[in-house]
Design a protein around this ligand. Sequence first.
Ligand code: ASP
Length: 345
Amino acid sequence: MFNRRSFVKRLGMLTAGASVQSLAAGVEKPFLPTKAPIVISTWDAGLEANVPAWAILEKGGHALDAVEQGVRLTEDSINCCVGLGANPDRDGHVTLDACIMDHEHNCGAVAFLERIKHPISVARRVMEKTPHVMLVGEGAQQFALSEGFPLESSKLSPAAEAAYANWLQQSQYKSPTINRENNQGHGPFAPNRLANGEWNHDTIGMLALDKQGNLSGSCTTSGAGFKMRGRIGDSPIIGAGLFVDNEVGACVATGQGEDVIRVAGASTVVGLMRAGKTPQQACAEVIQRIIKIKKDRAKDIQVAFLAISNRGEVGSFAIHPGFSFAYRDSNRNELIKASSWFKVS
Ligand code: ASP
């Protein structure tokens, strides 16, 4: 169980300047793969999403194509937390956010996008066909339609409809305690949607390093279930939910978006890697910054970072247990449990 005294003690260690590096190194076994290509993605859904991504990478294809095609598979699934089958906002509409970034700092994003099945591909079109980085709402939808994306039904999926009806009984908006492992069965092997309608997780982020040594990343989400209408989290925000710097590495975030934005999460992780930290150390340090900011409220939120260096070194760290990432290279194809600040109670 969360114990305030031990939390304050740990926080004290941090504020007293305990080396984050040694802290991370003491807890973690950094994951050291051998060579490119590699694809990694967040949560258990990443295992399936890595399949089409890997098919592209092993043939020598580009990381950018891999990260787009990989997460499209998750967006397609009506039974997932990502895409049009996901939980709606408080007003009953599913609104989607996504972004994509390549090895040359080209990037594109959409947010508050409705009735379009593949926000990640619209984000890529924003990157490739407009002078802009981000389109939102009606403008994003108009652009998608002009690019030939079909307008889908506004009807909720049966599971989302049931979850929304359940939520409406209380209509209580609280910040979601998403992505945590607890006694109700959150965690990598828990069912995607919990009995109370809450999702186990709401995002897929994917990073790939191709045979040419180039990195790209993608991130797509329905955001937090039953969010305020118009709410946008970190996932479509370049620098918060995703950042790629081919000279250094790449990072993607998942969890409570507001707290990722507060620390410019993904770009801060990559910045620390530029300064010499391993991906693992960098992820752990930014998680610890969030914990320091949130103080004892950190027990109520989940945030996780997943990062890769341009040499293919992978690291991940979360606030709470329960975050896993899917890893694939020519030797390994598996789900890996990330380390976390709090341990299982
Ligand atoms: N980061 C997402 C958001 O805040 C949610 C998630 O990753 O589960 O919109």
